[in-house]
Design a binder for this molecule. Structure first.
Ligand code: HEC
Length: 187
């Protein structure tokens, strides 16, 4: 009686051995899925690229979409303009040029040339447009949201406004600012 029991016990090991065997079979199927490996060529796409570009407007799951304050929270003081110039020269001038004319060093080397800030369209664009371009990027220009803090974005906008004025001031502006003497001296 005892030996019969032992025999059964031995048999009951069998399914235990079968299951892992079956699972290995499955694993093989999963490895051979009909999918493209990273960087694998795919004749059905242009340039044989199986890696597809992100759909326009794709936002990463953890992206923080910051609400934009309705009005620039910074007063136009000399300190703000100085800060704006410093940040502008670091983050924007390499492409937009120190004068904002789009003649930066990077476009010289082949990056698409940005438009000059001294066109009617950009002169008339609201401050919020500049803030949004820095925050979200624009066309081929990427976002500077993770490099330029919101306060500094407004400081840069203030400085761009000063740049625009510097290239487009009327004699009325000069008179209002009480700078006629300086202008005469410069002539
Ligand atoms: C790497 C180069 C590069 C840098 C750096 C850069 N930009 Fe640009 N920017 C561009 C290009 C190129 C365009 C034109 C994009 C397009 O039309 O596709 C552009 C466009 C713009 C425009 C015009 C948008 C319009 O309405 O036509 C503004 C404003 C602007 N950038 C502001 C900034 C500011 C402010 C900074 C610094 C925080 C900055 N950019 C940094 C390359 C750059």
């Amino acid at each position: 009686m005892r030996s019969v029991k032992r025999g059964f016990r031995r048999l009951s090991i069998l399914p235990g051995m079968l299951v892992p065997l079956l699972l290995t079979g499955c694993e093989q199927d999963m490895a051979d899925q009909p999918k493209y490996e990273p960087l694998e060529a795919a004749a059905i796409f242009p340039n044989d690229q199986s890696a597809r570009p992100l759909v326009e407007g794709t936002v990463a799951r953890d992206t923080v979409i910051e609400p934009r304050p309705a009005r620039p929270p910074l007063p136009m003081t000399e300190a703000v303009l100085k800060r704006g110039r410093e940040r502008y020269d670091i983050y924007c001038a390499p492409c937009h040029g120190r004068a904002g004319d789009g003649e930066g060093m990077i476009p010289e080397r082949g990056f698409p040339r940005p438009p000059s800030y001294h066109t009617d369209r950009l002169r008339n664009a609201p401050d919020s447009h500049y803030y949004d371009v820095i925050t979200n990027g624009f066309g081929v220009m990427f976002s500077y949201a993770n490099r330029v803090a919101p306060e500094d974005r407004w400081a840069i906008v203030a400085y761009i406004r000063a740049l625009q004025l510097s290239q487009h001031a009327t004699s009325d502006d000069v008179r209002e600012a009480g700078l006629e003497d300086k202008l005469r001296e410069a002539k």
